[in-house]
Ligand binder design. Sequence first.
Ligand code: GDP
Ligand code: GDP
Length: 455
Amino acid sequence: TEQELAGLPDDAPVGDENEIVAVPVVAVVGRPNVGKSTLVNRIIGRRQAVVEDVPGVTRDRVAYDANWIGREFTVVDTGGWEPDAKDRAAAIARQAEAAIATADVVLFVVDAMIGATDDDEKAVKMLRRSKKPVLLVANKVDNQARELEAHALWSLGLGQPYPISALHGRGSGELLDAVLAAFPTDAPLMREQKERGPRRVALVGRPNVGKSSLLNRLAKEERSVVDSVAGTTVDPVDSMVTVGGEVWQFVDTAGLRKRAGQASGTEYYASLRTSAAIEASEVTVVLFDASEVISEQDQRLLSMVSEAGRGVVLAFNKWDLVDDDRRHYLDKEIDRELKRIPWALRVNISALTGRAVDKLAPALRTALRSWEKRISTGRLNQWLTALVQATPHPVRGGRAPRIMFATQPGSCPPKFVLFTTGQLDAGYVRFIERKLREEFGFEGSPIEIAVKPRK
Ligand code: GDP
Ligand code: GDP
């Protein structure tokens, strides 16, 4: 709602378009009824439930995940493009133009049965101006006899027409081969892939919070510290520990296993080591001493963790020492000090008594699930369209940038790219992050959002 946006500062845009690499985007454009949706469904390999067979029926553009011979891309259905359209149709035409601006490759669909119309000619002019690679798709070429009609479309001056039947699939393989060939050479082949093997956990916390005690407790509870796991090489400084019936790789715990108590080396050295451990982990457990106030050192650790892009579980240890009084103050401290990572999971444990130590594994799993989660482009955009409609970007100086569509090109942690007509207010991006979390979860994981204004 509007209120949710009120009070959010209108400062610099967040997100760097270079930090997240998205798979290529293919925009499907053309007049209404030429078969764009049918083609999109063909490309994404799904039968469309309903095809509106009403001329002039316009749709909002939707984006989907697609894959052709192992190459992943995003395909955007742009609704009907009509150059002289009015009102809502005009808005859809603008969307199509915006979609073209964000696309790496444009599929311009013409109904070969009808042939090139005046509107098609106008569209060609606009497509030329966009300087994007355009493939001319001659649709509704359902049989050999119709190939001749497709041939007539050379007249549009867009080069070779690709004769296809979106409805029956004829020619779509050749078209997709050509699409792949037109992708920028530096585009990623696939969205980021998951890793295998035992999950890597960093156990961090300032000296004396109970790291060695916790590690020993975990090892004792499950009666197993494993030295090797088939098919993996274990760094000698790591500990393989069974927690919750699963082997976890606790990174850089050599010091913890041997000693009990004092911190090793200078604080500088310790902090380098901590940061390397976080870097090497998939999920980090930040241990606090719940009986003491959250210190500046705890804070530094938290910023390190929140910047590292790993899953996070906050474990408040020594809970056996926490009485009602302390708990009251601790709640306040947590509200105040942990604001920067409100999404982190929290467990209250005692390494000494073993209290709630069994809550750790489920929390780690939840954080990892969030960290690896991927929302399909179709689902993401369905949700986003409704959100943006209900709460549009605030108007600044008479204009408001529009979000054309979004994708999640990667996970670990989840990364989103918003394709827009201009930079977004930082407050609005935060609003989207909050809503993303409300809708899709992501408990225990950071998420990254990049804004990609059209070129
Ligand atoms: P859009 O408005 O451009 O998205 O067009 P649609 O995908 O909704 O298709 C419009 C109509 O053309 C529908 O009745 C489709 O079934 C039909 N159509 C789409 N592709 C083909 C095709 O390859 N051959 C034939 N014969 N009809 C098609
Ligand atoms: P590290 O420096 O973070 O590895 O901390 P240690 O595991 O060496 O623990 C520091 C001190 O805190 C030791 O005296 C532990 O016995 C004590 N300690 C650790 N966990 C708990 C706990 O849950 N409750 C209490 N009361 N003491 C604990």
